[in-house]
Design a protein around this ligand. Structure first.
Ligand SMILES: *Cc1c(COP(=O)(O)O)cnc(C)c1O
Length: 230
């Protein structure tokens, strides 16, 4: 299948999931996760009109970003070491994986130095799996309070990864819990502006995530394939 066909097929499924759940297509944005694919394929995605690119390793992502001349809007989706913040700041507009205060403080320092604001999602480990990154749901209110005090780091929402399930329906409670947590945090008015975004759903479970309120889905395999490791 060509890249164009893959994009069309995914678009069709996203649209159907939006219609099923009474949502507007515009309310769900796709981040094309290019961590498995080459610079060339990443460039082709941009040529096809994909705007949002997701990467999880600074060492691989930054050279790609540079080679593509900063085309597209870049999302950092992996675990981020504090000493790598200086490499990604100013290149990645969105960080989906904020999970500790030391990282937030480093982002604040580096963003302030550049005179920019970086948009972040708090990563929450809803499923409680030990292999997953993220704060526990019970810690979210306190963490949000601490990050909300930083003026160059803007928390726009929450992110989670669901367990890998053969039956995507089994991921639904995880996505629902993230949405409820966001709504609870908003009701507590901890941050100045409400959290509007939910980054949840990947190739195996994005339709369920959309039904549960995802505003950003992160798609790798289904959109770009998995073959060519860069
Ligand atoms: C790799 C990755 C994705 C995309 O995974 P696919 O299942 O290939 O769609 C999404 N989110 C994160 C955080 C990832 O690391």
């Amino acid at each position: 299948m060509s890249l164009k066909e893959r994009i069309q097929q995914v678009e069709h499924r996203v649209l159907a999931a939006c219609e099923r759940s009474g949502r507007q297509r515009d309310d769900v944005k796709v981040v094309a996760v290019t961590k498995y694919v080459s610079l060339e394929t990443t460039g082709l995605l941009l040529d096809e009109g994909i705007a949002h690119i997701g990467e999880n390793r600074p060492q691989r992502a930054v050279p790609k970003w540079e080679a593509l001349g900063g085309r597209g809007i870049w999302h950092f989706i992996g675990s981020l070491q504090t000493n790598k913040v200086k490499d990604v700041i100013g290149k990645f507009q969105y960080i989906h994986s904020l999970d500790r205060l030391s990282l937030a403080k480093e982002l604040e320092k580096r963003a302030a130095a550049l005179g920019i604001t970086v948009s972040v999602f708090l990563q929450v480990n809803v499923s409680g799996e030990s292999s997953k990154q993220g704060i526990r749901p019970e810690e979210a209110a306190q963490f949000l309070k601490e990050v909300a005090a930083l003026s160059h780091v803007k928390v726009i929402g929450l992110m989670t990864m669901a367990p890998i399930e053969e039956d995507p329906e089994l991921t639904r409670p995880v996505f629902r819990r993230l949405r409820e947590l966001r709504d609870q945090l908003n009701a507590q008015q901890i941050s100045q502006e409400p959290l509007t975004e939910l980054s949840m759903g990947m190739s195996g479970d994005f339709e369920v995530a959309i039904e549960e309120g995802a505003t950003w889905i992160r798609l790798g395999t289904i959109l770009v394939g998995k073959g060519e490791e860069t």
